[in-house]
Design a binder for this molecule. Structure first.
Ligand code: UT7
Length: 333
């Protein structure tokens, strides 16, 4: 990664999760499963579900307002809005355009970025690159998902995993010598897109009543295959970004990983040889909210005042595509 003229830093972080709590016991009434199985295989106890009238832009807007308040900014202070989501309000227009309008920022650049659970990692890299290149001075990056809307509630293998929520960060121009964006690595493998996908509704399989009857408009996942891939790619890209930044894993202050499965996170942390206390896990409360997991976890860390200037954060994620990525980020207060 070649530095540009400017550096990028995060100046505001916010999140929002809906009030409706869906507990493991609620699934016991829907199909054969148990709290024990879900906790031991995934680490999840609860997740949040949005109300029927709430769309991704509604969750995103509240999270972004929260980030703006923390940064002492208004919507019009933001030059560009990027929303990472697989559950946009509409096929088009972009959810980001709606969020910008909700925040009083009509006229500003806005676009969606769709790369599933790796969405926040890709969007933060994009935002920081825009800033380093001098194109924008402030970019709002949001991961927002209403996954309950695309969850197959008859499939116990996936229904238990997903929740709704949004997290937002404001990335802002700074001096080059205080740049937070140390290194990133992004990757993909689309040779088997069916491993984790919503099969119907795109140009490959336009929606039909039959596809709806067979739940092809909902998420499908080959969980076991993805598990191994996830651990390998998170470890590989994490090691690479730390090395690119000229650091070692001993320098890591916090790992903020995508929250897909507690066992995936713990296996990756073990292979990276990072102490468990440095690994941020909140999966028990929210399950997997795809592109929102990392910014929600970061926002909770800020609320706890856990982040200190100079801390080295490793963001790492993995998801549909398949896709993956890691970022080494130096926190500046
Ligand atoms: O964020 C995007 C990326 N996503 C991921 O990274 C998810 C990766 N995968 C996973 O997290 C795990 O593979 C799962 C949590 C999805 C599944 O855990 P697993 O330990 O890999 O279970 P499995 O799929 O190998 O299934 C083991 C058994 C099966 O029964 P049999 O065939 O052994 O009799 C399943 O039918 O567990 C059964 N099972 C369940 N049992 C109770 C699957 N789901 C459930 C359930 N309750 N909810």
């Amino acid at each position: 990664m070649v530095p540009g003229h400017f550096g990028a830093r995060i100046t505001g972080v916010g999140h929002y999760v809906p009030d409706h709590v869906m507990r493991n016991a609620d699934f016991e009434k829907m199909f054969e499963t148990s709290d024990d199985w879900i906790v031991s295989r995934t680490g999840m106890r609860e997740r949040r579900y949005a109300e029927p009238h709430q769309a991704a832009s509604d969750l995103a807007t509240i999270a972004a307002q929260h980030a703006l308040e923390r940064a002492g900014l208004h919507g019009r202070d933001i030059d560009c809005f990027i929303v990472a989501t697989v559950t946009p309000d509409y096929q088009f227009p972009a959810t980001a355009c709606i969020v910008a309008a909700n925040l009083g920022a009509v006229g500003r650049a806005a676009f969606d970025l769709e790369i599933a659970c790796s969405g926040f990692i890709y969007a933060l890299s994009t935002a920081a690159s825009f800033i380093r290149a001098g194109i924008f001075a402030r970019v709002m990056v949001i991961g927002a998902e209403k996954l309950s809307g695309i969850t197959n509630m008859t499939d116990r293998g996936t229904a238990i995993l997903f929740g709704d929520g949004a997290g937002a960060v404001i990335v802002e121009r700074t001096e080059l010598d205080s740049d937070s964006f140390l290194a990133c690595e992004l990757g993909s493998d689309g040779s088997n897109p069916d491993m984790l996908c919503v099969k119907a509704g795109g140009s490959r399989n336009p929606i039909t009543p039959e596809l709806i009857d067979t739940h092809k408009n909902k998420m499908f996942m080959s969980g076991r295959e993805i598990f191994k891939y996830a651990v390998n790619k998170m470890v590989e890209t994490s090691k690479n970004v730390i090395a690119t930044a000229g650091l070692t894993t001993d320098d890591i202050s916090w790992v903020i990983p995508h929250q897909a499965n507690r066992r995936i996170i713990e296996a990756a942390a073990k292979r990276l040889d990072v102490d468990r206390e440095k690994v941020v896990i909140n999966i028990e409360k929210y399950g997997n909210t795809s592109s929102a997991t990392i910014p929600i976890a970061l926002s909770e860390m800020i609320e706890k005042d856990a982040m200190k200037a100079g801390d080295l954060i490793l963001f790492t994620g993995f998801g549909g595509g398949l896709s993956w990525g890691s970022i080494a980020w130096r926190w500046s207060a």
